[in-house]
Design a protein around this ligand. Structure first.
Ligand code: ADP
Ligand code: MG
Length: 171
C-alpha cells in the first residue's frame, strides 16, 4: 500500500543554502534510492548534486551530465549515477541507452529532467523540486516511498542541526 506522502519546504536564499542541502543529503542517503531533481534551467539541480557528490568524498571536478547524459561516481558504499535527460527527444532513449540497469539496490540514482524520460525511468523515492523565489530558490521535497520518507526525515534533521550550528552563539 502506498504510504502518505511526506513533504518538507526549505527556503534557499543563496547558493550556499542550496549547497547545504546537498551536504545534509549526504548524511541521509542509502544505496537503492532514486532521487528526482525537478525545476527549470538554473534552478540549482546541478549545484545541489555537486555539493552532495563532494560531501560524499569525491575530490575531483563534478561535471554537469547535460551532454554526457550520465556521470558515474564510485564510493566505498555505493555507486552514484548522476543523470540529466534534458537532451532526450523521447523517453524511449532511456531504454535504448540501457540506463534501466543502473537502477538497482547498490546504486544511488540522481536524476535531473526526469520528465523527459517519463514512463521509462523508474519511479522515485524522493522528489526534490527547486523553484526560483526572488533572487533565491525554494525547495519542496516530496517523499513517495518509505525509503524516501526515511531519507527525508534524516535530511530534515540534518538541515535543522546545520541551521542551529550556523546561528551566532549566545553571549
Ligand atoms: P540547473 O542544474 O537546475 O539547471 P545549476 O545548478 O546548473 O542549475 O545552476 C544554478 C545557478 O543558480 C548557479 O549559477 C548557482 O550559483 C545559482 N544558485 C543555486 N542555488 C541558488 C540559490 N539558492 N539562490 C541563488 N542562486 C542560486
Ligand atoms: Mg543541471
Amino acid at each position: 500500500m502506498h504510504s502518505p506522502d511526506v513533504t518538507a519546504v526549505f527556503a534557499l536564499p543563496d547558493e550556499a543554502a542550496t549547497q547545504r542541502v546537498g551536504e545534509c543529503l549526504a548524511t541521509a542517503i542509502q544505496p537503492g534510492l532514486v532521487i528526482f531533481l525537478e525545476g527549470d534551467l538554473g534552478a540549482g539541480k546541478t549545484t545541489l548534486s555537486r555539493a552532495l557528490i563532494r560531501a560524499l568524498g569525491h575530490a575531483g571536478p563534478v561535471k554537469s551530465p547535460t551532454y554526457s547524459l550520465v556521470e558515474v561516481y564510485v564510493f566505498s558504499s555505493l555507486y552514484l549515477y548522476h543523470f540529466d535527460f534534458y537532451r532526450f527527444e523521447s523517453p524511449e532513449e532511456f531504454l535504448d541507452a540501457g540506463f534501466d540497469e543502473y537502477f538497482n539496490d547498490a546504486s544511488l540514482c540522481l536524476v535531473e529532467w526526469p520528465e523527459r524520460a517519463a514512463g521509462c525511468v523508474p519511479a522515485p523515492d524522493l522528489r526534490l523540486q527547486l523553484h526560483h523565489a526572488g533572487l533565491g530558490r525554494r525547495l519542496q521535497a516530496v517523499a513517495d516511498t518509505p525509503k524516501g520518507q526515511a531519507c527525508l526525515n534524516a535530511l530534515i534533521q540534518a538541515m535543522a542541526a546545520a541551521s542551529s550550528s550556523a546561528m551566532p552563539a549566545p553571549r
